[in-house]
Design a protein around this ligand. Structure first.
Ligand code: CP
Length: 337
């Protein structure tokens, strides 16, 4: 599997530029990202109703395929699909035939034989959702729920929705992403989204051992000193130390990391007074963030979680719409041939 296809959009967009899979933010232009944010905005109100349902995916079957653990992403995809009136199947990988040696391709063929319309895929291998999108039956949409170190596009979009709600837009914003960028699919997608949406500066604050080799080429500046890096920030995004992906000793100790890069009230006071604090979760209190900050007045961490439902409703409904439009176009071309 590879995540290096330079033109993923031949897979994720229809010929007239509609979403039909959602695999990566690479190559997606500002207009489409703004459409996703605007569509999500229109779904926020659905979550505030007594009956939290719209019929956009009625009769459709969405399969959640999580080959890695998840709390927020899996739950909010499930709620989003249910609020769109889809039937939802959560495949329990630990008790599925995958544990008896069935390959990913065979598992998918069997799920496709049950007339599934959409797979939401989380996988430890970078490129797994891309690989599935290449081979899946036409008409079935693939949504990336996080693949290896490669991308977590719905997380980045829910983060963008949260920033837009609190800051009104992206122009002039200084945003820092702090911590373990090396292992973070979230950071890669966030850097891409912030640049495309027009943030003034995307700043990475991290020790050299937690930075990818070509980090500046992603579209960011780098600061190794947290006190200098916090200056003038409008948004600070903390990352979890991804110990499950670390090979070898990249840090002297968690305690030392917290001393140098953990966000506490003292360091937050160095940013703009209205700087918001974000974290994709799961948070590790006392490792990358102090409880007083995580639960404090500048934290929007739980708003991010709530916005995950609206963003996932937007992406799922847009991808299904793209699949339907593409099928109709092909039928009409066959009719006129
Ligand atoms: N942010 C995020 O992906 O969290 P989960 O691993 O709980 O889904």
């Amino acid at each position: 599997m590879t995540a290096n296809d330079p033109s993923p959009n031949h897979l994720q967009l229809t010929r007239d530029g509609q979403l039909r899979h959602f695999l990566t933010l690479d190559g997606l232009e500002r207009g489409l990202l703004t459409d996703i944010l605007d569509t999500a905005d229109s779904f926020i109100e659905v979550g505030e109703r007594t009956i939290k349902k719209v019929p956009l995916l009625r009769g459709r079957t969405v399969v959640n395929l999580f080959f890695e653990s998840s709390t927020r992403t899996r739950s909010t995809f499930e709620l989003a699909a249910k609020r769109l009136s889809a039937d939802v199947l959560n495949l329990d990988i630990s008790t599925s035939a995958t544990s008896k040696g069935e390959s990913l391709s065979d598992t998918l063929l069997n799920l496709e034989a049950m007339a599934s319309d959409m797979f939401v895929v989380r996988h430890s291998q970078s490129g797994a959702p891309h690989f599935i999108a290449e081979s899946v039956t036409p008409g079935v949409a693939i949504i990336n729920a996080g693949d290896g170190r490669h991308a977590h596009p719905t997380q980045a979009m829910l983060d963008m929705l949260t920033i837009r709600q609190h800051k009104g837009g992206f122009g002039g914003l200084k945003v820092a992403i702090v911590g373990d960028v090396l292992h973070s699919r979230v950071a890669r997608s966030q850097i891409r989204a912030l640049n495309e949406l027009g943030a003034e500066e995307v700043r990475i604050i991290a020790p050299g051992t937690l930075l990818p080799r070509d980090v500046e080429s992603l579209g960011c500046t780098v600061e190794y000193d947290m006190a200098r890096g916090m200056k003038d920030l409008d948004v600070v995004i903390m990352l979890r130390l991804q110990k499950e992906r670390m090979e070898g000793a990249l840090l002297p100790s968690e305690r030392e990391f917290y001393r140098l890069y953990g966000l506490n009230q003292e360091k937050l006071a160095l940013a703009h007074p209205e700087c918001i604090v974000m974290h994709p979760g799961p948070i590790n209190r006392g490792v990358e963030i102090e409880s007083a900050v995580a639960d404090g007045p500048q934290s929007v961490i739980l708003n991010q979680v709530t916005n995950g439902i609206a963003i996932r409703m937007a992406v799922m409904s847009m991808a299904m719409g793209g699949q339907v439009a593409e099928r109709q176009q092909k039928q009409s071309e066959r009719g006129t041939a």
